[in-house]
Design a protein around this ligand. Structure first.
Ligand SMILES: [Mg+2]
Length: 174
């Protein structure tokens, strides 16, 4: 199956958070809690993908309540958000089994070593431009955008455009 056929087939998105939705930075507060920055263009595309019926899953080692609320506010189902996860491959396998997820319709985007197993497991592994070399070496699509700077938007938009689910700008005019 070529890349375009794979894009055409995608129904499920699985994302890492740090280094994908964020640029990997954390702002450390005095109480030890961490603050992250996310990209609103990524958020807009994610919300649109939810309205178009795509399944969105999040698997992250982080456990920020703020990130949880942000994802939920964008329409990601709470039961699809897996936080504080230290074996991402096991988590993904469990999702596949429990939700009868079709791997041939699943794209995964991660940026670092914990994502290596899941990247090798799904049909369409993708990563941001600034992912580590090991991840880039197994990615079938490397976004031209960095983590936190539009790689999520890029992937979502690519899939939805191929499937005719993105916006037609002619429809947005008076
Ligand atoms: Mg990461």
């Amino acid at each position: 199956m070529n890349f375009l056929d794979k894009l055409n087939n995608i129904q499920n998105f699985v994302f890492d958070i740090d280094g994908v939705f964020t640029d990997g930075s954390v702002l450390i507060q005095d109480d030890g809690s961490l603050l992250r920055t996310m990209n609103t263009k990524d958020g807009f595309a994610l919300k649109h993908a939810v309205t178009q019926g795509y399944n969105i899953f999040i698997i992250t080692g982080g456990k920020s309540l703020g990130v949880f609320y942000r994802l939920a506010s964008l329409g990601v189902k709470k039961e699809n958000i897996f936080f504080d996860c230290h074996d991402k491959l096991a988590a993904l396998k469990q999702i596949v089994e429990e939700r009868s997820l079709d791997l041939s319709k699943t794209v995964y985007m991660g940026d670092d070593i914990p994502d290596y197993g899941p990247m090798c497991y799904v049909n369409l592994p993708c990563c941001p431009a600034d992912a580590i070399p090991e991840i880039k070496s197994v990615a079938q699509y490397v976004s031209p955008y960095n983590g936190g700077h539009g790689c999520v938007r890029d992937l979502l938009e690519k899939v939805m455009k191929v499937q005719g689910k993105w916006f037609n700008t002619d429809d947005l005019k008076v």
